[in-house]
Ligand binder design. Structure first.
Ligand SMILES: Cc1cc2nc3c(=O)[nH]c(=O)nc-3n(C[C@H](O)[C@H](O)[C@H](O)COP(=O)(O)O)c2cc1C
Length: 344
């Protein structure tokens, strides 16, 4: 039976799709830190899903939910098939990427360049909505190249909303499609949060989430005065334990989050389970490198993890050894009350 527990729900905070980062193991790690934050897959192209190994591309563990699948593509029929797959596999949402500026993606004619074709995106959304009962959402930029006036974005959102999309995640930077690398497209064009606030004011019935440059939950909640949700990307990877405050601060859940020690205990069992299936341990351990960011144990921890060879026979002992290097007061630190737990 399909799990529809999260249907119709919206989230004040989410962790962004990130290629090569937000794989199932990262998501499992983050789920030990926050129970409620919406998690995304990295972008999966329709071509990969239609022709590739679906078990590998779509597999996730129930513990990762609520979970959104992000798709990359521009063919309404292909996207519809993939949206149906998302539902069959038990995802909670399907999201269309209209923000990626990479050359590879541009050659495939999807991602950010689709902002120039709102009618095509509307057709894609309409086809996806016909194929699934899941919420269909769009993640886009505030603009691309010369198509960067507020009115251009408003026109894009208006057109796509008419096809039935009522949730948009807006990366508050335009994308420069020629001349900037993807990394530069996340730093060079200036952030224009006011454009996203204005979008919400002009389209009050749409759910508008803001993304780009948010580094603390305090900043995230400040945005919530103007928009419905905030999505964090790099901060969630560079400082994952930041999210230990999310359940209390953003979801009103007073239950204490896991300490880092409790989180690592869960990961040790998870690691053993996956190694038994032949997974190289570093595929999981790499996501732990930043667990002690901003703590005095940070450098020690990173060095300990980086210097291990991560052979399957010794991985559990190596991880236990690295944990043993961290002072107890850091491992067992209880996140502060919500008011204080903005950065720790
Ligand atoms: C390594 C990396 C990979 C990314 N991959 C994707 C992706 O697959 N899909 C997507 O929509 N955005 C992707 N992004 C963009 C992020 O989702 C987000 O929009 C961007 O990093 C800005 O948010 P931030 O300032 O909170 O990091 C990626 C970002 C990074 C750093």
């Amino acid at each position: 039976m399909l799990d529809t527990a999260h249907r119709g729900q919206t989230w004040p905070v989410s962790i962004a799709p990130m290629m090569d980062r937000t794989d199932r193991h990262y998501r499992y790690c983050m789920r030990q830190i926050t129970r409620h934050t919406l998690l995304y897959t990295e972008m999966i192209t329709t071509a990969a899903l239609l022709h590739g190994d679906r078990n590998k591309l779509l597999g996730f563990s129930e513990a990762e939910k609520p979970l959104a699948l992000q798709l990359g593509g521009d063919d309404p029929a292909h996207l519809a098939t993939c949206a149906r797959l998302a539902e069959d596999w038990g995802y909670d949402e399907v999201n269309l990427n209209v923000g990626c500026p990479s050359d590879r993606v541009q050659h495939g004619h999807f991602g950010a360049c689709l902002m120039a074709q709102p009618a095509l995106v509307a057709r894609c959304v309409a086809a996806m909505r016909q194929a699934t009962t899941l919420p269909v959402t769009v993640k886009h930029r505030i603009g691309i190249d010369d198509l960067d006036r507020y009115e251009d974005m408003a026109n894009f959102v208006h057109t796509v909303a008419q096809a039935g999309c009522d949730r948009f995640v807006v990366h508050a930077r335009k994308a420069v499609l020629q001349g900037l690398r993807p990394r530069e497209n996340r730093t060079v064009p200036p952030l224009r949060y006011d454009d996203v606030y204005r979008l919400k004011a002009d389209f009050p019935t749409l759910h508008i989430e803001i993304n780009g440059g948010i580094t603390t939950l305090l900043q995230a909640t400040a945005h919530l005065q103007y928009v419905d949700g905030a999505m964090l990307g790099r901060a969630a990877y560079d400082h994952p334990y930041l999210f230990a405050a999310a359940d209390a601060l953003c979801f009103g859940d007073a239950a204490l989050p896991h300490t880092r020690r409790q989180m690592l205990d869960a990961i040790l069992s998870y690691l053993e389970c996956w190694m038994a299936q032949g997974l190289p341990p570093y595929r999981i351990v790499r996501h732990l490198l930043n667990l002690f960011a901003y703590q005095r144990a940070a450098r020690l921890w990173k060095r300990a993890l980086s210097e291990c060879t991560w052979a399957p026979e010794t991985a559990v002992a190596a991880l236990r050894g690295a944990i043993g290097l961290v002072p107890d007061e850091v491992l067992d630190a209880q996140p502060q009350t919500a008011e204080h737990a903005i950065v720790f």
